[in-house]
Ligand binder design. Structure first.
Ligand SMILES: Cc1ncc(COP(=O)(O)O)c(C=O)c1O
Length: 400
């Protein structure tokens, strides 16, 4: 009888074989599995708001559905959403984008994916400052390019123009920035951002600025978008934006890209042959998100502000832990190297044993290119944060 090849050895493409699975998704799945087994889990792994999508946004979606707005839309999205995004950037940052410079995407992630794969060729280098959001290097790898990481620990995870300059080679084509940063919560000061952009343009390097935590910054930091840079610098810039965090809409899958028309055109080609358009109902919901009441954003920020202050103090009291103040997003990123020993050699060991012994989920910094650190999300209730800190304290007392 004829024998058929085993299905377990599917011959994935070389580029996909080089990709790593997502460390953040793995932490989320670990929490889900533990919960399913009945454990009382403290979850600091979440990369999403613990708030519900505001009601006015849900109602706009229901209205769109009932009105039959359930068909394909233009690849770039409905005009109303393009207009709402353009108006937001004009009002907030005084920048005038044209409709052919904006497109709606299935989440910020698709905007980044589109931007990177339409630009990089095999053999190109993409500069990625550490610590990085797990997806950045994997998209570069998917495009056949080489991620080149920039160490930033010496400047407390805030990228400098000198660090970028030192990393540039004749093959460098792209730089991926993310401020406020996931996982460090650090914010690139606007003047520094501008100098980095100037250097990039001088050297013919293009920049993807992932601004998905744009609105979540803590005073004295102010909301800053690369969109407010002069137009000569924006010629090399693609902004990836998202509704996921700002409006607690992670499951709706809607985001956007802002870039020069030629780049958007290339991105539309890719999107036109992959997902076509962002979900039509989510696009109508996104219009309401941008044009409707904005109180929910302030309320979430106020809650994150309280949690951040409490968590930061608590982490700093744990012997061996050091934690730089996060200025944005909703993550603390403590250095736990002072808590490691012969049995717990790495931050990965720390995270794994904490999960097993205290049913507490944190994400190992190694997945973000920062071995020795842990990402602790405070997008969870104050009670959970307090309980989780008690468990971490108990764990460290037992081990050190
Ligand atoms: C830094 C960063 N960029 C982009 C995204 C993508 O968000 P979404 O695709 O849900 O808009 C995330 C989500 O966790 C993120 O943390």
């Amino acid at each position: 009888m004829k024998t058929w090849p085993a299905t377990s050895s599917f011959p994935v493409s070389e580029n996909v074989a080089r990709m790593q699975s997502s460390a953040t998704m793995a932490a989320m799945q670990a929490a889900q599995a533990l919960r399913a087994s009945g454990a009382n889990v403290c979850d600091f792994g979440a990369g999403e708001p613990d708030f519900d999508t505001p009601d006015n946004i849900k109602q706009a979606a229901a209205k769109a559905m009932h009105a039959g707005r359930t068909k394909y839309t233009a690849n770039a999205g409905i005009r109303e959403l393009q207009r709402a995004i353009i108006d937001f950037y004009r009002t907030q940052f005084g920048t005038e984008y044209e409709p052919n410079e904006v497109m709606a995407t299935a989440g910020g992630k698709q905007a980044i994916f589109n931007a990177v794969v339409t630009f990089l060729n095999p053999g190109d280098e993409a500069l990625i400052p550490k610590p990085y959001w797990v997806t950045f290097p994997e998209i570069a790898v998917f495009a056949g390019a080489k991620p080149v990481f920039i160490e930033t620990e010496e400047t407390n995870f805030v990228l400098t123009v000198d660090q970028v300059e030192r990393a540039i080679t004749p093959r460098t084509r792209l730089l991926i920035l993310n401020s406020p940063s996931n996982p460090s919560g650090r914010v690139l000061p606007p003047a520094q951002f501008r100098r980095i952009m100037e250097l990039a343009v001088e050297r013919g390097i293009y920049v993807v600025s992932d601004e998905c935590y744009l609105r979540f910054v803590y005073p004295p930091c102010e909301v800053f978008s690369a969109a407010s840079l002069p137009s000569e610098l924006r010629s090399h810039l693609c902004i990836a934006g998202s509704f996921s965090k700002t409006y607690a809409m992670t499951g709706w899958r809607v985001g956007y890209a802002l870039a020069p028309a030629a780049w958007i055109n290339a991105m539309l080609k890719v999107q036109g042959h992959s997902t076509s358009n962002a979900n039509s109902i989510a696009q109508w919901a996104a219009v309401e998100a941008l044009t409707g009441p904005q109180e929910s954003v302030g309320l979430m920020l106020a809650e994150y502000t309280k949690r951040r202050a409490w968590l930061l103090n608590a982490l700093r009291e744990i012997p061996g832990m050091r934690c730089t103040e996060p200025e944005g997003a909703f993550y603390a990123f403590p250095d736990v190297r002072g808590c490691l020993n012969k049995r717990l050699k790495t931050s990965g060991d720390f995270a794994q044993r904490l999960l097993e012994e205290e049913q507490t989920v944190v994400t190992d910094g190694a997945g973000f290119g920062a071995e020795g650190f842990l990402r602790i999300s405070y997008a969870t209730s104050m009670e959970q944060i307090q309980e989780g800190i008690e468990r971490i304290k108990r764990f460290t007392q037992r081990h050190f």
